[in-house]
Structures are given as structure tokens and as C-alpha cells.
Design a protein. Structure first.
Length: 326
């Protein structure tokens, strides 16, 4: 025994005594340095709820102060889960001890590899304790990108349901949606971010150019609060245009509604705020009697591109509008 003691130098003895003093003053001196286990559990459920640690022969909560996703991930990993999906602070009236100042890097396999302290009932002044929800399986690693939905299976494999505009095994690539030829009538498909648009050939319209071809003189109602009201449009030379409001009246509106299959006209001054998106004023005046089957049969019908000198083209002037019923 004497021979073994003689192998220590004076500096070695001083170092040993220094560390013994630190351990006596701070029983958690080795929390970071030694491979000390720190058991965990959820207080009431299998994969979510209040997290408790076992130390000094009792289960104690974790203080929520400065707690974040890195700590939550380590907790779930230690409990055998893949990842954390939710964390929160839960009010607690009283505990004699708390695990406080928990600080993980996120790569640790268990909490004992993180920095922490065991504090008394005054160490967590907010009385908020950690609550965590964990996820299991390969989907817990969130492998799907760009808001894709992960679907796991019994073989611990997964597939990603990708949102519109994305493709690939993990939804990592933007899709050219024009490759599926979504546009009708040989329209030109224009690929856009997370979508596409169709450039319709003459005579066709609609989101996919699915409507048409449109006959010259065809009438529609557009731009209102519903399909029964709005400004009156008439088709000519591959373009929709409007009708001048100057001499527009109930007789004109009755013919338009009848041509569109309605029973009656309710109002021809319904939509003062409605403005055409684009296009010319094709008709200056109709002068219908109200009995015509089509506006092309009205006495005043004449194709014109109303010029800027007309009151119909002055700034702020509304086109003819109608509200149909029945």
C-alpha cells in the first residue's frame, strides 16, 4: 500500500483532493462527464404528455424554461421514438424538485448526455413543466419535402403523397404540369410555379380551353356576384366585348335573358361597380322591342368597335349590365 501511494506526486494528490471537494459541494458535477443513466417516462400516456425523469429515487418534472426542439428530439429518441412532433409548457402547482437548465445539442441518444441541473421547488418559478408528443416509425423523420404527406408501412418503408406541382420519391422536384397535356383544343400550356395556364386558340375559352368554339354573336353574363348577373358580353372575331350602356333598357335586357334561357329580366342597372376585364365595346345600341329571340334580331344591332370619341369609351363609363331570373 505504501509503495502504491509513493507513485503519486504531490501535484497528483492536490488534483485528487480538488475534485473530491467539487463533488462534495456539487453532487451533479459529473452529469456531463460520466455515463450516468437518467430514466424517462410520460406521466400518463404512451407517446405524449408530461415528461418525468427519475433521479434520487423519485420522478420529477422538467422545467419548461429554455426548453426547445433539440431537447424534445432527444427525449423522444431516448424513449424509442423517431422524432418529436409537438412540445408545450404545462402549468403545475408544485413540485419539490425540477430538472432545470436542460441544454441538448439534438444529437444525443439520451438526456444524461445533455447538460442539466436538479433544482429545488424555487428553481422553476414559472411552474411550467415540459409536455412532449413523439412520433414513431420512418415517417417520424419527416422525409417528405414541400409539404408532402408521408405514408409508412409495416416494412418501415414510406411513400410520399406530393402536393400539386411537386414530384419525386420525397417530393423534392418541381413538376412540369404541362407534360400531361391538361389543356383542351390544342391550346398552348404554359408551365408556372405549382401550376399552369392554358392559352386558348381563337373561339375557345375556359380554364382548360374546354368551352367553345364560340359562335359569333354568342352572349354571356360575366363579372357579377353570381352567374345570373353582371355585364353583358358578346363574341366577335375571337374576342369578347361589351354593349354600350347609353341606350340600354329593359327591352334589351329581356332579349339577352331570353337568349340565355332565363324566363325574365329583373334589372338592367344592377351592377354599377362591375367593369369589364378587357375588350372593346362591340355594340353601340340595340333598340330591341323585347320580343326578339336574339339581340342580333334587334333593329339597332350593328357590329362596331365603339371609338374613344364615344361616351361608352370615356373613363369610368360602365358597360350594359343585367340581372336575369327564372
Amino acid at each position: 500500500m505504501t509503495d502504491r501511494l509513493n507513485t503519486f506526486s504531490t501535484s497528483d494528490v492536490i488534483t485528487i483532493l480538488y475534485h473530491i471537494t467539487l463533488i462534495n459541494k456539487n453532487p451533479h458535477f459529473f452529469h456531463k462527464e460520466v455515463n450516468k443513466t437518467l430514466p424517462l417516462r410520460f406521466s400518463n400516456q404512451q407517446r405524449m404528455g408530461e415528461v418525468q425523469v427519475y433521479t434520487n429515487n423519485r420522478w420529477i418534472p422538467i422545467c419548461y424554461r429554455n426548453f426547445g426542439w433539440q431537447e424534445a428530439v432527444v427525449i423522444c429518441r431516448q424513449l424509442g421514438f423517431t422524432n418529436a412532433s409537438r412540445l408545450s409548457g404545462k402549468a403545475l402547482r408544485h413540485s419539490s424538485n425540477y430538472l432545470v437548465n436542460l441544454n441538448c445539442a439534438g444529437r444525443e441518444m439520451s438526456l444524461h448526455q445533455c447538460r442539466y441541473k436538479i433544482g429545488n421547488n424555487n428553481s422553476c418559478t414559472e411552474r411550467n413543466i415540459v409536455s412532449v408528443e413523439c412520433v414513431a416509425g420512418v415517417c417520424g423523420l419527416y422525409p417528405c419535402q414541400n409539404n408532402g404527406t408521408c405514408l409508412g408501412n409495416a416494412n418501415n418503408n414510406f411513400t410520399c403523397n406530393c402536393p400539386r406541382g411537386w414530384t419525386g420519391s420525397t417530393c423534392e422536384r418541381e413538376m412540369n404540369e404541362c407534360t400531361s397535356n391538361p389543356c383542351s383544343a390544342n391550346a398552348t400550356c404554359i408551365d408556372e410555379f405549382q401550376g399552369y395556364s392554358c392559352r386558348c386558340p381563337s373561339g375557345y375559352y375556359g380554364q382548360f380551353c374546354q368551352e367553345g368554339p364560340v359562335a359569333t354573336g354568342s352572349v354571356r353574363i360575366s363579372g357579377g356576384r353570381n352567374i345570373h348577373e353582371g355585364y353583358v358580353e358578346i363574341y366577335q372575331n375571337g374576342q369578347w366585348g361589351t354593349i354600350c350602356h347609353d341606350s340600354w333598357n329593359l327591352h334589351d335586357g329581356r332579349v339577352v335573358c331570353s337568349q340565355l334561357g332565363y324566363v325574365e329580366v329583373e334589372n338592367v342597372d344592377c351592377c354599377k361597380s362591375t367593369q369589364p376585364k378587357s375588350g372593346p365595346f362591340w355594340i353601340a345600341a340595340l333598340n330591341c322591342t323585347g320580343s326578339e329571340s336574339s339581340i342580333q334580331n334587334c333593329p339597332g344591332f350593328q357590329w362596331r368597335n365603339v371609338t374613344a370619341t364615344s361616351s361608352c369609351s370615356r373613363k369610368g363609363h360602365n358597360p350594359a349590365t343585367v340581372r336575369c331570373a327564372g
